[in-house]
Design a protein around this ligand. Structure first.
Ligand SMILES: *[C@@H]1O[C@H](CO)[C@@H](O)[C@H](O)[C@H]1NC(C)=O
Ligand SMILES: *[C@@H]1O[C@H](CO)[C@@H](O)[C@H](O)[C@H]1NC(C)=O
Length: 181
């Protein structure tokens, strides 16, 4: 046995276990942080149309159009183990087709070093708000929630629902839709 190689092997093994222990400590020190923050959400415009859904055999389905205000200061979520936050806004509601519908309407990534203060008014959704039937028109309880996945340098990946959802109603009548050819 060559002593040079067995020594450097032992040194490597030692270095790796020290690194593993440090990573584990880093994980422990942030594991118990809540990653909670207050979120203020409010809808501005709420309109629903009944239009052909080209992703579903051109069936006539409800399509919601909303704009919303969003205010949250997520600066406190960035401790030294946080690489980035993945934020997403969901709408949750019941319909006669489904007991629970969840639709992602908007998302955003905030990287370490970027501003974590959100202060938007009249923001448009990024994604279409389709229902698979007529579940939006006249719906009395649609709840918007901002949630976030915390992407850490080491450790687990908590999925947090922001405090302060917002419930709103869709109007009883469809907005006129402009027919396109
Ligand atoms: C958002 O902007 C309003 C007015 O411009 C200000 O009063 C409020 O403090 C801001 N919110 C945050 C979280 O910075
Ligand atoms: C609205 O729906 C949410 C869940 O989606 C529920 O927590 C809340 O109690 C409902 N509110 C009313 C007034 O039914």
């Amino acid at each position: 046995m060559n002593t040079f190689f067995s020594r450097s092997n032992a040194l490597l093994a030692f270095t790796l276990s020290v690194l593993a222990a440090l990573t584990f400590l880093c994980f422990l020190s942030t594991y118990f942080r809540a990653y909670q923050a207050d979120v203020a959400l409010k809808t501005v415009t709420v309109v629903v149309k009944n239009v052909p859904d080209y992703s579903a055999n051109r069936e006539m389905n409800d399509l919601g159009y909303i704009t919303f205000d969003l205010e949250a200061d997520l600066t406190s979520l960035f401790n030294w183990n946080v690489k980035q936050l993945f934020l997403y806004l969901t709408a949750e509601y019941q319909s006669s087709n489904n007991k629970l519908n969840q639709v992602v309407l908007w998302d955003k990534i905030i990287r370490r070093g970027e501003s974590a203060i959100l202060n938007y008014s009249g923001l448009n959704t990024k994604y279409y708000f389709w229902d698979d039937g007529k579940g939006l028109v006249g719906n009395k309880n649609v709840t918007l929630t901002l949630s976030w996945n915390v992407v850490p340098n080491a450790g687990h990946l908590p999925n947090i629902f922001g405090d302060g959802g917002h419930s709103f109603k869709f109007p009883l009548d469809y907005a006129p839709s402009v027919r396109s050819h």
